[in-house]
Write a protein that binds this ligand. Sequence first.
Ligand SMILES: [Zn+2]
Length: 259
Amino acid sequence: MSEPLSLTIVATVMGALIGSFLNVCIYRIPRGTSVVWPASSCESCHRQISWYENLPIVSWLALRGRCRTCHTPLSISHPIVEGITAVMFGAATWYYGPSPALAAQLIFGCALIVLFAIDLEHHLLPNVITIPGIAVGFAFSFVTGPGWVGSLVGALLGGGSLWLIAEAYYRVRHEEGLGMGDVKMLAMIGAFVGWKLTLVTLMMASIAGSIVGLTLVAFRKGDMKYALPFGTFLALGAALASTVGQRLLDWYIGLYPTV
Ligand SMILES: [Zn+2]
């Protein structure tokens, strides 16, 4: 099951570099600019960033989180995204070894990281990620879990259930609670993890959303109007579902041995 240490280390370094690219996606996709051109520059003084200032995590630490020329603080989110991506690449490579399942998990994980960050900051889940994500998840299901039927049912159930909730909420409250972005995102998650883990995702996201929502209400003394980015919670739920979800399901089913 586990791969030699050397491969895991190479994957971790590659993950940090890809995390650096995910930062570019997170910054540029909501602004509608190209993710490949031009090279990164400081948001404040617009000086182009040289390669040695662009090393994942290391450069941020060396520059103490500030631009070398104008000393504007650089967001802490950059090294965090790079660190999480690096750990994800290392851990998934260790667990799966080189396989289609590893490729599927890494692509899925990268999509979740980008959607998490963009929804948190902009309350937006770009189609350019969710729609190709549905197709990629479905394509992978022919060579790895959950199988194409599970994937298809997952996408339909994921998208369909959220669409119904969104419709019902709109009819009752006459305002938009969930957007179509959330619907497409859960369809993408369903295509990757299958219908059972889609339900686990939805449950986890709702629990996490309720806890954070109620905490905010408590601190803001009853301001229920603050809109939480549900896609951010869906990303958290999907990350949990695709790592510990199956064990959680087995445990839950084990509680009812006669069923
Ligand atoms: Zn600068």
